[in-house]
Design a protein. Sequence first.
Length: 214
Amino acid sequence: MHCKIPSLFFLTAVVLISCSQPRIDLLPDEDTIRETQQGTLIGGDNGKTHQWLGIPYGEIFSSEYRWKKATAPQTWVGIREALTFGNFCVQKGSLVGTTERQDWGKIIGSENCLYLNIWAPRVTPEEIESGIANYPVMLWIHGGSNMAGNSDFYNPTELVLQHKVVVVTINYRLGPFGWFRHPSILAESNNGEDRSGNYGNLDTIQALRWVQKN
């Protein structure tokens, strides 16, 4: 019995790591130029699909916005490069869904972490305008018991390539930043969403709305 537990832990670790996102240096690809409500994006080609990384879908500018519904993302001028993953949300470094594995046990991440990533079949802007490139959209919400995890832990490249779907992965607030309710918070706002305590769920809803609009 004592030898089975380490073996099970090792097998679980291998499976989790094998599903994690490999680091690929993306270069801008003009075929990935897209318009969003916030501005123009350019992504990259990972060799199999198009990718756009680190797209903000909400903003938490400072601690004043802690335990509130996130604000809408800011607009930008010019073309924004979406080639690297955004900040991941505050959590304790662990095996589950954090890429900074050298920081196990330490508090890592940022409060301003509401970013999403998109993988899509290779198509040109002209093909999109013609209407021939309409694909189903799937949203991947990482696990981790609402305490740990990161949007870059799953690599959907093969899923996108084989099944011609668009996959979106998101970050959302975790732990006490994502789910917390206290009388002092209730006293600060009359907004039902701010008073709900379900900030991680509100983030997910906001990401879904961003996908729907863009």
